[in-house]
Design a protein around this ligand. Structure first.
Ligand code: NAG
Ligand code: NAG
Ligand code: NAG
Ligand code: NAG
Ligand code: NAG
Ligand code: NAG
Length: 574
């Protein structure tokens, strides 16, 4: 049957609408109004978008004798936005260099004077003490912490020392909450880095992991009333072509019981989009901003995630970054990397990755902020942090019910290939927002997303929150949702309180233009961040976009803005 021909009036109307946009490229996307009709992620945890901190660098991030209030404020902002602080992993290569000695009470670590461990860098070369856990405990209240224990050291006292370290973590984390233990970092690399010689493979690792988990459970966790399923293996760098694949480890019995206990709570793997010295193609900002490249790089991990979830155990990506090991200037520290980060979090959410940790060291140009002086520059916020802020607000906007779906953009014209992404975000089972990303380098063009939210959303208002900067190469000047974060204090301030509002037409459609090198969240009915966010304990944070970090709650201008936001919501529902 032929479609009925549209009336002239409709055609003229459409032409009028389309005329100004003909120069720009566009795509039309239909969004399922109800979650039930869409392929979406599980509910996202408010701690989903997290950070990994290299243990040797902990004190740069949270301070030595004096706390690093800049770091703490930056994490608190995110907690205020989503309802809980980002999940922190204390882990990395240096977890396998550390032993615990309770008589070392300083903030910091010291070189082990009597190191005997194996390895290119010895597996017992660093001593930490209670100050290490005091420094972790400076993270915002309630921060979930995954703590990486040393499995590399294999001296005769290794088991006892590991139990001591685990006990110290359980005893000393009070303001923060211990979430899980890793046992050993990237065991797939241990023949290369000299931690092991001879027969070392996924099978040997499985046995070593289960022995260690069994000791720690019986001696530390059980007496503390903590569960057995507290561990996250295998924390591998890559399992391509080796014996550490999830299926192989499962066949080796990693998920099996030991003395009636099951120890694996999560599958934990690591990845980097590109890694200096490993990636063979040139590492460029242009390629980072080609979001198809991320799909290609992550294809194998996607398969691992599917296999992991099919074992009934959740999957966490505890070490990730745009460029490893410590970033690349003019690539990972640019605004383009912020667009990559936003996309990566949403993409992995749709794969049902439970949590992602972006890895940080104090000297990494891929860290979301530089925590202290380095490279002749003072501490500062990098553009990437603004993507974390965006994801935390997207999650907080649903009060624990946010679910993300990928909108199928199909094939776009060649000059936008790899540059266009769109996601849907649901709250309480209903469509709440669309996230639109245009990662084409440059700022001269724009791309139009014609969105159809369905007739039930007809005539609603939609509020746009921008992730933007002057250009994709900008190192500073990024804003998210009109907010800027201070390089000294980490505090948020509203630098642009104007609202960008469009109205859906009578059938629930709207055309939204996104500049090249820009992203935005289009949220139905209210400005993102203007509502309170319910915390996990049932209390609420004050919302975010309408409030500077330090703004006193009763300033008249704040009240006026809040009242403005509230009455706009009433108008929309009226
Ligand atoms: C993610 O989890 C949700 C909720 O359990 C499920 O409906 C969806 O199919 C899952 N998606 C993937 C890609 O596993
Ligand atoms: C950091 O914050 C603590 C606790 O609020 C405060 O006591 C201390 O003075 C602050 N330090 C600096 C350098 O501002
Ligand atoms: C811990 O440190 C103290 C003081 O440096 C030292 O005497 C002791 O031998 C150390 N303990 C271990 C187990 O290395
Ligand atoms: C990181 O960026 C700074 C400039 O901000 C540069 O001086 C430094 O060399 C870069 N470091 C690395 C390891 O790329
Ligand atoms: C989240 O909770 C706050 C505070 O109760 C409320 O104002 C807001 O409407 C809720 N958001 C959603 C999407 O339910
Ligand atoms: C928020 O901070 C900005 C920039 O520092 C300032 O102009 C504005 O007045 C502040 N707003 C409130 C409500 O304190």
């Amino acid at each position: 049957m032929l479609p009925s021909s549209p009336s002239w009036a409709t055609i003229m109307h459409s032409l009028a609408l389309l005329a100004p946009l003909t120069a720009a490229q566009s795509i039309s996307l239909s969004i399922q109004p109800k979650r039930a009709g869409a392929a979406v992620s599980d509910n996202l945890s408010p701690s989903f978008a997290g950070f990994g901190i290299e243990p040797s660098n902990l004190f740069s991030f949270t301070g030595n004798d004096n706390p690093n209030n800049f770091t703490i404020q930056l994490l608190q902002n995110l907690a205020d936005y989503s309802g809980a602080p980002p999940h922190i992993r204390l882990g990395g290569n240096t977890q396998d260099y550390m032993l615990y000695n309770e008589s070392y009470t300083k903030f910091g670590w010291e070189k082990n004077p009597s190191s005997i461990g194996k390895g290119a860098i010895a597996s017992d070369s660093m001593i930490i003490g209670p100050g290490f856990f005091k420094a972790i405990d400076r993270f915002p209240e309630g921060t979930w912490v995954t703590y990486g224990l040393n499995l590399a050291y294999d001296g005769s006292d290794a088991g006892d020392l590991r139990v001591k370290m685990a006990q110290a973590a359980v005893d000393n984390l009070k303001n923060t909450q211990l979430y899980s233990f890793e046992i050993g970092n990237e065991p797939d690399l241990w023949l290369q880095n000299g931690f092991r010689t001879g027969a070392w493979d996924g099978k040997a690792y499985t046995a070593a992991f289960l022995d260690a988990a069994d000791d720690i459970y019986k001696q530390v966790l059980k007496p503390a009333g903590l569960p057995a399923m507290f561990f996250e293996p295998p924390a591998t760098a890559s399992t391509i072509g080796n014996t550490f694949e999830i299926t192989q480890l499962t066949n080796n019995g990693l998920l099996g019981e030991r003395d009636g206990n099951y120890y694996v709570g999560w599958w934990n793997q690591h990845d980097y989009f590109q890694f200096i010295g490993v990636t063979t193609e040139p590492i460029t900002l242009d390629n980072l901003m080609n979001l198809d490249s991320t799909n290609v790089q992550f294809q194998y991990w996607e398969k691992q995630i599917k296999i992991a979830l099919s074992t009934g155990v959740p999957y966490v990506l505890r070490e990730m970054s745009s460029v490893g090991p410590i970033g690349m200037h003019m690539v990972s520290d640019t605004f383009g990397a912020a667009l990559w980060t936003l996309n990566f979090f949403l993409y992995t959410a749709t794969l049902n990755v439970t949590s992602v940790q972006m890895h940080m060291t104090d000297n990494s140009n891929a860290s979301a902020w530089q925590p202290t002086d380095h490279y002749g520059e003072p501490a500062h916020v990098r553009p990437q942090y603004y993507a974390h802020a965006a994801v935390h607000q997207i999650i907080g906007n649903g009060n624990g019910t946010t679910q993300i779906g990928a909108l199928d953009i199909g094939k776009v014209s060649s000059d936008y290939t790899g540059r266009i992404r769109a996601y849907s975000a649901y709250a309480n089972g209903n469509i709440q927002s669309a996230v639109l990303i245009n990662s084409k380098p440059g700022t001269s063009g724009s791309y139009t997303f014609n969105l159809n939210f369905g007739a039930e959303n007809a005539n609603k208002k939609i509020y746009l929150s921008y992730l933007t900067a002057d250009s994709h190469t900008a190192l500073s000047g990024t804003t998210w949702n009109g907010i800027s974060f201070d390089d000294k204090t980490g505090k948020a301030s509203i630098v642009d309180d104007s609202l960008s509002v469009q109205t859906l037409d009578g059938s629930g459609q709207v055309g939204i233009q996104v500049r090249d090198s820009q992203a935005l969240v289009a949220n139905l009915d209210w400005q993102l961040g203007s509502n309170e966010v319910i915390k996990q304990d049932g209390s609420a944070t004050a919302g975010s976009r309408r409030k500077n970090s330090s703004a006193s709650t009763t300033s008249t201008s704040t009240m006026a803005m809040l009242i403005g936001a509230v009455s706009m919501i009433f108008i929309c529902f009226a």
